[in-house]
Design a protein around this ligand. Structure first.
Ligand code: FES
Length: 262
């Protein structure tokens, strides 16, 4: 959103602001060590975790693995050197995909299975957090799974999302898989093939809060009253959420009729 703030927002315009959402957090309580993987500007949430774990003197090992195109893209370089000097548990690995002739350091290439395995010898037992462009996250997640990291131990935060205009009408298909009853709104809507419950809500004029539309922020959390859904991504649901029947409307695809609380 920073680009929009700089380029579009004008003095005098009003914006509505919400507190941050999501569960992409590592405070040191979630595991005894962690692998933090950032691609480009996806380094930003990793810096928050690295700073916090350093400031609090966390005793676990922190493997920070970063990918940039070239040395000039390596942001936070000086601060990372300071954190490394302060925190003996912090190890930093950097890969540059197109370093060119620029002076800088790091392995040449992308963050792949070989780099991950050499940077973190016991990687299969680690918890990993990934943030970066979606193709980078998909590739790194696949590499981690290939190295034996259980999917439940891999947390992702989308950087750059597919955002649908909530006022836009028109869905991908006219074939309908079932209908969704929005209980609180007393509205029923069809859910076409390829559409989610959030798409159906948009079409029907039912408001369900949303932001990332990629399953990572948790804004679109709604309670499923009846029926079942499939979700490609459910990273922002906690185990307690799942036990209580919450789903992510932006990810939920149905096979037959369902009811939700919205
Ligand atoms: S809108 Fe972010 S998880 Fe659904």
């Amino acid at each position: 959103m920073s680009r929009w703030l700089h380029d579009e927002l004008r003095i005098g315009e009003e914006v509505e602001i919400e507190a941050p959402n999501g569960t992409f957090i590592f405070s040191g309580k979630e595991a005894n060590s962690v692998v933090l993987i950032g691609g480009g500007v996806g380094i930003t949430p990793m810096m928050s975790a690295a700073r916090y774990l350093t400031e609090t003197g966390w005793s676990g090992k922190v493997h920070l693995i970063l990918g940039f195109r070239a040395p000039r893209d390596f942001i936070f370089r000086e601060e990372l050197a300071e954190l490394e000097a302060l925190n003996a548990n912090l190890s930093i690995t950097v890969a540059m995909s197109r370093p060119g002739g620029e002076p800088g350091h790091g392995t040449v290439g992308h963050i792949d299975a070989a780099l991950l395995a050499s940077a973190v010898p016991d990687i299969a037992s680690q918890r990993a957090h990934i943030c970066g462009p979606p193709p980078m996250m998909d590739a790194v997640k696949a590499a981690l799974v290939g190295l034996g990291v259980p999917e439940i131990q891999i947390k992702t935060e989308a950087f750059g999302t597919i955002k649908r205009d909530p006022t836009a009408k028109g869905t991908a298909s006219t074939a309908v898989l079932g209908r969704v009853l929005f209980q609180a709104s007393d509205t029923t809507a069809p859910v076409p093939v390829g559409a989610t419950i959030l798409d159906a809500a948009d079409e029907a004029g039912v408001f369900i809060d949303n932001a990332c539309r990629s399953g990572t922020c948790g804004s679109c959390r709604v309670k499923l009253v009846s029926g079942s859904v499939r979700m490609a991504v459910e990273d922002s649901l906690t185990e307690a959420d799942k036990a209580e029947g919450y789903i992510l409307a932006c990810q939920a695809q149905i096979g037959s009729d369902v009811t939700v609380e919205a």
